[in-house]
Structures are given as C-alpha cells and as structure tokens.
Design a protein around this ligand. Sequence first.
Ligand code: OXD
Ligand code: MN
Length: 592
Amino acid sequence: MSTFGTTKPTNQAVLDFVKETAELTTPDQIFWVDGSEAEKDYLYDLAVKEGLLIKLNQEKRPGCYYGRSNPNDVARVEQLTFICTPRKEEVGPLNNWKSPEDMHAILNGLLKGAHKGRTMYVIPYLMGPAGSPLTKVGVEVTDSIMVVLNMRIMARVGAVAYGHLGDSNDFNRGTHSMLDINPERRYIAHFPHENAIISVGSNYGGNVLLGKKCLALRIGSFLGRNEGWMAEHMLLLCIESPEGKKNYVAAAFPSACGKTNFAMMIPPEKYQKAGWKITTLGDDIAWMRPGPDGRLWAINPENGYFGVAPGTNFKSNPNAMHSASRDTIFTNVALTEDLDVWWEGMDGEVPKKLTDWKGNPWTPESKEKAAHPNSRFTAPMRNNPALSDEVEAVSGVPIDAIIFGGRRATTMPLVMEAFSWSHGVYIGASMGSEMTAAAVGGMGQVRRDPMAMLPFAGYDMGEYFGHWLDMGKVLKNPPMIFNVNWFRKDSEGHFMWPGFGDNMRVLLWIIGRCNGTAKAVQSAVGRLPLAEDIDIEGLKDFGPEKLAECLKVCKDEWKNEVALQTELFLKLYKTLPKELVFERELLSARLS
Ligand code: OXD
Ligand code: MN
C-alpha cells in the first residue's frame, strides 16, 4: 500500500470498533479514509487498475467513471432487510425482524475471515453539515472501493467527521462486506439499540452506502422518535418569489416517482422572467426538528445525489444532467463507443452501437434495455447549478409545506390540502403508489407506502404515525400538508398533467395557501384549488376542462380507495393511533 490510508484517527471508540471488526474479518490491511483529493485520485486509479471502474471520456465527462454491478445485485432488497430489536413488536408487522442475538450469530459466521486477502477501508462520515446539532456521525468499514468512492460523494467524509465527533463515542457503527455478492448470503441488518448496521453480500447503492437509507432513514427514524425529531424520505426545496420571499417545502414520494426532478425543477420561462427561483436543498432525505419558534426546521443529511438515470434528460431535469456532467460515478448505464454514457430517455438520437449494462454489445434492435431501469448516477450536490446556498445552514430551513404524493393513474387529484395536521398525517399514512424498478418486486401494482417510508421506517409503523401526531402537538406553527399526483391518466391511458417544470404551477398554489394568498374550496377529501387558482396560461393543449379533470374527486373511486386502505390499517391495528381511525371515519362520512 502507498502512504495513503495509514493515518489513524485518535478517537479511541473508533479505534476499538475497527480493531474488533478486523479481529473478526481479518483483512490484509486497513485503509483509513481521509477524504482528501489526493486520496480520491489514488482510489480511482486503483479501482480502474482492478477493473472495477472504467475511466470515461474525460473531455466529455471530466472526473467521471463507469461501473457495472453484478446482475444479481441491482436494487435494494427489502426482503433481506432486517430490523433487529430485542422485542419483535418494536419493529411492527411491516418490517422483517430477527433478534440481535440470532442475527449477530448469522453475521458473525458470515463475517469471520470475510476481509481476508482484501483491504478494509474505514470511512468516517457525517450525515448533515459539520457543526449542526442535527448532524450524525457514522463510521463504515467496508471491503469495497466502490463503496468508498460512492460514499465520498454521498456524505461528508474524512477528517471533517473526526473533527465533528471529537472524542465522543456517539457514532453509528457500520460494517460491510461484499462476501461473494450472493443473494443467498445477503443481509442488510439494522441494530437500532446499538446504533449499528451490518450489510453483507451486496455491493449496490442503498444496501451498502450505509449513511443513506440505513442510517439516515431506518436508524434515523428510530433515533428521531426517541430524541424528538423526524427522519423522513423527503426532498427539500426553496421557492423564492420575485420580491425575495422564501418558502421551504419538504416532499415525500415513493422511490422513482420524480423526486429528484421535483427537487431540481426549473420553473417555466415566464416564471423565471418574472423572477421566481427554485433552489434545491436535498433530493431524497430530510431530517427535521422543532425549532424554538415552534416551526419545523430541516436539513438534508446528504452531500450528493444517487439519482435514477433512465428518463433523466435536459428536458426532464437539466440540473441533474449538469450535476452528472463531472466528478460522477455511473452504475449500470450503457457505454458509448467513445466512452461516454447513455441510458433510455437521454436527449438526442439513440446511438447505433452501445455496450449495455451487462457488458454485451447492444443496438437499437436489441430487445433488452441498454441501461438497467434502476441504473444510477452518483453526483456531488455541489455540481447542481440550482443548489441552495443554505445547504450548510447548521439550523436548517423552516418548512412551510409538506407534500405527499404517489404515482396513481386514478382517484388522487392533482393537488389537495389537508384540513389539519392530523388529517395530513392520515393522508400520508394512507398513501399508495404504483411500484417501480427502485426495489425488487412487482412493477405497476399499487402498494401502500405510508409517507414513502414503507421500506425505511426503523420501528413499528403505527408508532411512527403516533410520532407524527405527537410532533404536530409540539409544533406551534406546523407546516401545512398537501397531497399531489402528477401521474393521473385519462380514459385512453395518457398522462393528463404535463408535469416536470410545470409542477411549478401547482407549487405556486401550495405556497399561496401557506402565505394566505390563494383560495381553496372544500371537498370531501381535502381542500382543492379553485379552477382559476392554478395558472395554466401557456400550457399546450391544456384548458380549464383538463384542469377540472385532473382535480376531479370521484366519490366512488374514493370509497374504493378507503376500502383498499383497510388492508394496511388492519395490519397495523395494534398500534394504529385512534386519531387516524377517526380521520378515516370522518372521510367515509363525508363520502357518503
Ligand atoms: C432511492 C430509493 O434510491 O428511494 O432513493 O430507492
Ligand atoms: Mn429514496
């Protein structure tokens, strides 16, 4: 090994954790990641030398690299994700459970000697800006250079984390080993009472970048409940008016429902000309806690974007395209002849010849997709031209509106406002969405995905709803809650709402409601905009009748919707807060 990776930290608890792990996994060497630029170059060169990454065309994509995962390892694996607590009831009926003893016994068996012949990298990282009281520290040990390189983009890594930690013992202990990348030996195990995560058998995304879904959501939601804050699967954005008034929005959509696009939205030209601006704080995760002013204050714990590539282009998301223009790692997209990347839905002509995500030759006649539907770019958030200048704000930003939304062909109107915090919690709790490729499972089926947290709540979902209701009691000025649906289809199966940047039109109504400047009408399911309250001027082939169609509330569809929610609510009956049962009964009464 070169001199890189030899400087140990001084924190004794970190040293002890690494020593204990190394005694079990017996690596040939230990590499202490410091987060420096020089280290980055060294690790990329090593990854290229080892055949893990290909250096892309540096004129077209400076600082960019390309990797392929094992075809058996292309998405999060919910069926192999466990929350390990002493009592099964703690995790509720929607999580997989094992006792810590049993899971440690399995994992100790698998990890014994797992790093033999390999380098064990020690990654100290921060989730959140240095110095923020909301920020958490993690230390991930891994035998994967890919994890190190991706984590260096997704989190604040290296000396900054040791600086924030000082000599404290309060950090998440993360252990990762690829083993032989075999689904038979794959576990993503969380130990919330130990603030620890152990992930084996995968080398992909949310399974192994332990700061993201594992710490920032599953362990984070558990810590948040105990410590009085919230870890949510939400983007964060700022909308700034021509007069300079800033409103902050947090929004929860299930995976691959356009969250990154919404977080990086470019307003239609007429709004830009008028002086409206959208800036991005985060595209996936928000940590929020009540401030002394009774408002809910949020940070984005991450430092980069792990975005879905297919469908991303200069029309759908120019800011994501800019973000991925340099210093980015692409995984499982297709490769062009001149060593650039390509995926389905990219701008321009489809290349005549590509190498697909499995490394096979591909032509437009090929039957299979060139890029895997869950292929990704890992891009530094600082590349985003619309990055908010408040991403490092230690106290975060005060949230005005919380938006829930799913992918629904019917039933859900384009936008509606909750009558109250508890009605809003009910709306979030009963959210459903048609499934996508971000998780292994049946594409297209509607599944209930409360607050988009179904795969991420680290404890019982009924209690999680209770925590939401409790937070509402603590907040003197809670955010208003809304629901949106960009995906409603007409009778011929076409999307009705243009979406993308035009979602700004809906956002303007939402912040108008928060600021007391927009009107609404009462419906059985929530407050809706008046037809004239959503600006549709300038939309092609979209008149007031279409808007009315998008906003329509069909009572029969809704009665069916309420019936469909029964399955989830029955599963959670033991801990479902009474307030939500009342909200459901009220809704049924309004519908009858
Ligand atoms: C993600 C997801 O990758 O939610 O963000 O699956
Ligand atoms: Mn996500």
